[in-house]
Design a protein around this ligand. Structure first.
Ligand SMILES: Nc1nc2c(ncn2[C@@H]2O[C@@H]3COP(=O)(O)O[C@H]4[C@@H](O)[C@H](n5cnc6c(=O)[nH]c(N)nc65)O[C@@H]4COP(=O)(O)O[C@H]3[C@H]2O)c(=O)[nH]1
Length: 480
């Protein structure tokens, strides 16, 4: 029962008694059991929650951990255990007293809880040690590592804001150890020990440090962070360049090139795009990098267009999803063309199927706007995604690029389903007035088979690897 100012728990006991006329009268008594209920709630609170902060205690943590492991196994997703320990709590407790320490811990509990999602668990195992269970961090180890690291970083940032307590300003620093988990394979105690060990490693490495238990994960992460900061300076240091891979027509003559980004790292040498482009995509750096690629490719296009022997050459440029969905993407492409004084018909923008399907209407509007200028659009990596014929017919593409994995798969099994699919793609693309490029041609046989199927253009190591500009121009001259 809810009274105006408090909740009242009542227990009713009554016995039915049948009367002579057949009716039933209940007689009994009602007892106020509010005190008992409160005592039960208090016992539950004491059993499962930390008295000082109100956070789940070790017992409830163990139960949530069990649930997290089962859920992770069922959905095949990664989770992580974050073990956090304050960097100078002991000395603070000793100098400012335990009551100050307690108030600080209560404040921190609130800050930590605010920093995580409702589906995560924030618990206090004792002293200044907090352990968090993070669920649903992704299906790949890489995504989980990144997500767990981001969440730990954002926690450190939230903790670093000054807290004002009893005339003291306190800026918190903490060490965090992380252990990833997936499925029920690892015993709970083992996982906790791993996160704890990682936390000790973090502590010995300095203040406000995050460490993963798995040394391999840690070194991949360290390399990623190193690359990330170096990539920021790569444009200014002129470490980036474009490689050009030619595309040929049926007669073997070069009809165009695909411009591919290259990073010549001063110590590590050539770093493949598969390594640095995902980093640039995740931190937004891909937008300025992509613009640099477009501007450089347009300048080169203008040069080729100014010479009679190369004026027919088309330059294809890859764009990433983040870059494509920038509100001013179309304007930035047009600006790059205008600044370089190159004709828009020589530029081809390569987008992938999954990129377009992310936001179909928006993508369609951008593609139509690009085509108004005469810029061509190619659907890259066709065959790897949904490869929906329905979408292909609705979207304004000029070209379909059959992915290399598809071409190579088909080569190994004659008359395989892959060949049938390739043939269907080619026929359908032609009916939709699109031409077809097969990429990843490595053998004469692949070339001949695809040519026989009606493919229009070809690209692959069989004709040429991607090469630097001088080598490319040289090869053009020697062909004349
Ligand atoms: N095995 C084999 N491979 C072949 C063959 N012919 C070409 N390749 C490789 O296939 C990739 C083709 O580019 P992509 O599918 O667009 O795939 C590209 C593209 O998605 C991305 N990328 C490259 N440059 C840029 C860029 O400027 N911007 C963006 N957003 N992504 C880029 O990185 C990916 C990888 O680029 P690369 O390492 O240069 O790898 C290139 C090229 O070197 C062949 O016959 N056999």
């Amino acid at each position: 029962m809810q009274l105006s100012d408090r909740e009242l728990w009542l227990a009713a006991n009554s016995i039915p008694e049948r009367q002579d006329n057949g009716s039933i009268i209940w007689s009994g008594f009602i007892t106020d059991i509010s005190d008992k209920k409160q005592a039960e709630a208090r016992i539950h609170q004491l059993a499962f929650y930390d008295e000082l902060t109100g956070l789940p205690n070790r017992r409830l943590f163990a139960d949530r951990m069990r649930q997290a492991l089962v859920a992770s196994a069922r959905h095949q997703v990664y989770g992580a255990l974050l073990y956090m320990d304050l960097d100078d709590f002991k000395s603070l407790n000793d100098t400012l007293g335990h009551s100050f320490g307690d108030t600080l811990l209560r404040n921190l509990a609130e800050i930590i809880t605010r920093n995580f999602r409702e589906t995560d668990t924030v618990s206090r195992l004792g002293g200044d040690e907090f352990v968090m269970i993070l669920n649903d961090l992704g299906t790949s180890e890489e995504a989980a590592t990144k997500n767990a690291h981001q969440m730990a970083e954002s926690l450190l940032e939230a903790l670093s804001k000054p807290i004002y307590l009893k005339n003291h300003q306190y800026k918190c620093e903490a060490s965090i150890g992380i252990a990833l988990f997936k499925g029920v394979g690892q015993p709970q105690e083992e996982l906790l020990k791993r996160a704890d060990t990682a936390m000790y490693e973090a502590k010995s490495a300095g203040r406000s440090v995050i460490r993963f238990h798995d040394s391999e994960v840690q070194s991949v992460l360290a390399q990623r962070f190193r690359l990330e900061s170096q990539l920021r300076q790569a444009v200014e240091r002129q470490e980036l360049s474009l490689a050009y891979q030619k595309q040929v027509g049926l007669d073997g003559g070069a009809t165009g090139v695909e411009a591919l980004l290259r990073w010549q790292h001063p110590e590590q040498g050539n770093i493949p795009p598969s390594e640095f482009i995902p980093i640039a995509e995740s931190n937004g750096l891909i937008v300025p990098l992509g613009l640099w690629v477009l501007e450089t490719a347009c300048q080169q296009l203008a040069l080729w267009q100014s010479m009679p022997e190369t004026q027919h050459m088309r330059v294809s440029v890859n764009v990433s999803s983040k870059q494509f969905y920038q509100p001013d993407f179309v304007e930035s492409v047009v600006r790059a063309l205008q600044q370089a004084k190159s004709a828009p018909t020589g530029l081809c923008i390569e987008v992938t199927e999954s990129m377009v399907l992310d936001d179909l209407d928006n993508a369609m509007a951008k593609m139509q706007a690009l085509r108004v200028y005469g810029i061509q659009i190619s659907m890259d990596d066709f065959g790897t995604g949904y490869s929906s014929m329905a979408y292909l017919s609705r979207l304004p593409f000029d070209e379909v690029k059959i992915d290399k994995s598809f071409v190579q798969m088909a080569d190994t099994r004659e008359n395989s389903n892959e060949w049938i699919i390739i043939e269907t793609i080619i026929t359908m693309a032609h009916k939709l007035n699109m031409h077809v490029v097969a990429e990843g041609i490595e053998t004469l046989r692949q070339h001949e088979l695809l040519a026989a199927m009606g493919c229009d253009y070809f690209q692959g190591f069989y004709f040429s690897r991607p090469v630097d500009l001088d080598t490319f121009n040289h090869s053009l001259q020697s062909m004349r």
